[in-house]
Design a binder for this molecule. Structure first.
Ligand SMILES: Cc1cc2nc3c(=O)[nH]c(=O)nc-3n(C[C@H](O)[C@H](O)[C@H](O)COP(=O)(O)OP(=O)(O)OC[C@H]3O[C@@H](n4cnc5c(N)ncnc54)[C@H](O)[C@@H]3O)c2cc1C
Length: 420
């Protein structure tokens, strides 16, 4: 390598890229992190557009007891201890007894999933209860709203392998702010999209509109959505097994929206409480809502799965209108008056992401491990939320996969060379 070439180039400055760059710096290796966008954090991004921190993407630190980011958290709330859940039926909220019934139905759902034989692998939808009063709502919740894709699209084995129980922590500064803080001081170049990566030489060469860079090895952290769409060209082309793994891990879509609230009407909802509608013949998909986090004048929510993709294609105005209509269906004209200006996210249409987070297609549960295999004797390594099994789809998985990638590189001593 030339004297100024870094040991490792990290492509993408989301959680995985930041974790990888931090691990490289800690190990005394030189690295450069190239980011196509104009900010760090990727799918973890906090803005002040609603007058207070608002997370456009990642929001909670799930499984906080084991989450690698928990050690960095400042002021926060354990959401599970303050969250009240409301389910809306027709023109009223579910009673206590109905919520208990719903809880039992959820337990039965989870048990059916966990106890179903995993060989052969199949879609989660094939093993869950059907026909009960609450089943459609629960399936929609666990599929579109939690996993960003319908249960019919998700591998049972992958679903069960992902372990995301509580505690679920909400950082007051916003999770995106926390992640961006962890990138401070790293060798980062924003607005440096990589369009071409060559891995046929002794090291790797990356190219973009900004020029060319050589390095001993590359850690590629762009989403599988970007890779599947050909957003980054490889020479030689990636092996068939790697491409198969990429296509086995599509990104679902969870569109987050936030509204500034106006007036004094609290609609009877306490801070951090959540609400959504029961599905039925008249309501085919539901959105979910969380009220006044940290007692801020904010209400945020999500729409996921096929409906989110449809709305994303129609544009932000369509998503906003659908969200207002969903809210008004629960709270009537009073509710309509509470919702002020909106922020609608566009993870599905952005060419830098092409979705929110991955699920494995039925039969593709091995894809996460396959995508994580080092290529070219270790000179090329993929990382990101798609590459982690237990914490797949989350900032924790992305972070740990970035660290794993560097551990692999260092073990193979790829990055350690001063040969010119
Ligand atoms: C709405 C929503 C809600 C979520 N909620 C949660 C949650 O509550 N908790 C949780 O843990 N996770 C949540 N997630 C998921 C979490 O945000 C992601 O799993 C995680 O941030 C992914 O990190 P990553 O580093 O793998 O990828 P990314 O964050 O996508 O980082 C990849 C980076 O690569 C850049 N890039 C793309 N193409 C190029 C290129 N050609 N050259 C250079 N750079 C490029 C991108 O701009 C991006 O910055 C949520 C995501 C969304 C969208």
């Amino acid at each position: 390598m030339l004297r100024n070439d870094p040991d490792v180039v990290v492509i993408g400055a989301g959680c995985a890229g930041i974790a990888a760059a931090r691990a490289l710096v800690a190990a005394g290796k030189s690295c450069v992190m190239l980011e196509a966008g104009d900010r760090v954090g990727g799918r973890a991004h906090t803005s002040g557009l609603l007058g207070a921190p608002f997370d456009h993407g990642a929001t909670w630190l799930h499984q906080a007891d084991e989450n690698p980011l928990t050690r960095f958290i400042g002021e926060h709330i354990d959401h599970d201890t303050v969250r009240g859940r409301h389910l809306h039926l027709g023109d009223r909220f579910a009673t206590r007894a109905e919520m208990a019934e719903y809880g039992h139905a959820c337990d039965a759902f989870e048990t059916a999933i966990v106890e179903a034989p995993q060989i052969p692998d199949r879609a989660v939808s094939e093993v869950v209860p059907k026909g009960g009063r609450w089943d459609e709502t629960i399936g929609h919740w666990l599929g579109s709203q939690i996993n960003a894709a319908e249960l019919s699209l998700i591998s049972l084995k992958d679903y069960v392998a992902v372990d995301l129980e509580g505690p679920n922590l909400l950082p007051s500064e916003g999770l995106g702010t926390l992640v961006a803080r962890l990138a401070e001081g790293l060798p980062l170049r924003l607005n440096h999209a990589v369009t071409h990566l060559r891995w046929d030489g002794p090291g790797v060469t990356v190219e973009g509109d900004w020029g060319t860079l050589r390095a001993g090895a590359a850690v590629v952290t762009v989403s599988t959505g970007v890779l599947a769409a050909g957003g980054l060209r490889f020479t030689p082309g990636l092996p068939a097994e790697t491409m198969d793994a990429i296509h086995g891990l599509p990104l679902g879509l969870l569109t987050k929206y936030g509204f500034r609230t106006t007036g004094e009407d609290r609609l009877g909802m306490a801070p951090f409480h959540s609400a959504r509608r029961l599905l039925g013949p008249e309501v085919r998909t539901a959105m979910s809502w969380i009220f006044r986090p940290f007692d801020r004048d904010q209400i945020f929510g999500f729409v996921g799965g096929a409906r989110a993709w449809d709305l994303a294609k129609e544009g932000e105005a369509a998503t906003e209108a659908a969200a207002r209509a969903d809210f008004t269906a629960m709270f009537g004209a009073r509710g309509a008056q509470v919702l002020g200006p909106a922020v609608i996210t566009d993870w599905g249409t952005s060419p830098l992401f092409r979705g929110s987070y991955t699920h494995a297609r039925p039969g593709h549960h091995e894809s996460r491990a396959r995508l994580s295999l080092p290529l070219a004797g270790g000179r090329l390594r993929f990382a990101g939320e798609a590459c982690h099994s237990r914490f797949a789809g989350t900032v924790a998985g992305a972070w740990l996969s970035g660290e794993d990638a560097v551990r692999d590189l260092l073990a193979k001593r790829i990055a350690v060379t001063d040969a010119s």
